[in-house]
Design a binder for this molecule. Structure first.
Ligand code: MG
Length: 391
């Protein structure tokens, strides 16, 4: 039932280390299963999306976010006749490399690593599945297929792509590795493109929900965004009792639901138009086309305005910024403490893995900190410095 432009697990470019096929599962199903069972996946439950883990039980974490991306991705993949298993594998793995404390944690770690090659969460997600998971007797990492690894590496600078290519193991077909497309300016699979947009649809919707629940933005304020105001008005027109105060949450949910569905339908329609125009006849042909997974220009403008609103009103809300400054200090202090005394990483007395096989100390420290959950990082900081920066 899949389209000729879908990725075919039987035609995978293969794994870094050759393994016999599984008796009952395709290669992409097998990748999805490996991701669900890995340690980094379980840690996502205690990692921040926008709100710190301890700020409330109902806010999204990186785990619930990843599940929402997988659900949206699978459902759109079915409509577009793409490979659902590959979409699900990429979606579940896409945030594995995130540091504790969300983007604040990544920014602080990147600054700490400025003289040592930097830190970037996309590259780190790939590093987790290629090197840091220690589960198999014969190799480091999860040994995923090229197509899954390619989807995980959503963006990459040309500098980092060139460095990555120097470490890629040779492929049987003689073509480049996961960094090559950034150097050749080609597209990844449609499944990978789909995950990027499913990610965006998911966080735009759930950040409004979490933002209003937190009280940092109001439902009325969210209606300053034209895209969202339209759906709030549609919801009310169809269900007038939603204007009663006791129905405030139902009105919010209904507006978000309408917005989410309309983005999904818009994406499917706009992508079908692009597919009809460019007519890729294989998964390989997709790579030479422009980006085919897309919103209509009107929806793209609407989502840009929504993102700008969330940035200004929620992500840069003084209360979020204040908490994130503390989080950055935690990361900086941990980095300095471990660089000064590498034994302190072992002394944490936790089952967390210090990657002894990473020869370069700053990188080993960065890997160790990136693997922490929010609460472990805060506790470990308190142990090392005596300061409690987050309640
Ligand atoms: Mg994401």
């Amino acid at each position: 039932m899949v389209a000729p432009y879908a990725s075919d697990p039987a035609q995978t470019r293969g794994r870094r280390f050759a393994q016999a096929a599984a008796p009952t599962r395709t290669e992409f199903q097998r990748d999805r299963d490996r991701i669900v069972h890995c340690t980094a996946f379980r840690r996502l439950v205690y990692k921040t999306q926008v709100f710190l883990n301890h700020e409330g039980d109902l806010f999204r974490t990186r785990l619930t976010h990843s599940l929402e991306v997988a659900q949206l991705g699978r459902s759109m993949a079915r409509s577009l006749r793409l490979n659902e298993d590959l979409v699900e594998a990429i979606a579940l793995a896409h945030d594995l490399g995130h540091t504790p404390f969300g983007h604040a944690g990544q920014d602080a770690l990147h600054a700490c690593m400025a003289d040592f090659g930097g830190f970037e969460h996309n590259l780190q997600s790939l590093r987790v599945v290629d090197h840091l998971e220690e589960r198999y007797p014969d190799f480091d990492g999860l040994n995923l297929c090229f197509e899954t690894r390619e989807g995980i590496l959503k963006h990459c600078s040309r500098h980092n792509a060139a460095a990555l290519e120097r470490t890629e193991l040779p492929f049987a077909d003689g073509q480049g590795g996961v960094g090559a497309r950034f150097l050749l300016r080609q597209q990844p699979s449609l499944e990978a493109q789909l995950c990027n947009l499913a990610d965006e649809i998911a966080y735009n919707a759930h950040d409004i929900d979490d933002g209003v629940r937190s009280g940092l933005i109001s439902f009325a304020q969210a209606q300053e965004v034209p895209l969202f105001a339209d759906f709030a008005a549609q919801a009310l027109a169809a269900h007038p009792p939603l204007s009663e105060p006791k129905n405030a949450r139902r009105w919010l949910y209904e507006a978000i639901r309408l917005m989410l569905s309309s983005q999904v339908y818009d994406l499917i329609d706009a992508t079908q138009i692009a597919l009809a125009e460019h007519r890729p006849d294989s998964a390989q042909a997709v790579r030479l086309c422009p980006e085919l997974l897309r919103f209509s220009p009107e929806m793209r403008a609407g989502t840009q305005a929504l993102k700008a609103f969330l940035l200004a009103s929620l992500y840069r809300h003084p209360q979020v910024v204040e908490t994130m400054e503390r989080a950055k200090q935690i990361v900086r202090d941990l980095f300095a403490a471990y660089l000064n005394d590498p034994q302190a990483m072992q002394a944490a007395g936790s089952p967390r893995q210090v990657h002894e096989n990473v020869p370069d100390l700053p990188r080993r420290v960065a890997d160790y900190i990136a693997g922490m959950t929010d609460r472990f990082a805060a506790r470990e900081h308190e142990r090392l410095t005596g300061l409690r920066l987050l309640a």
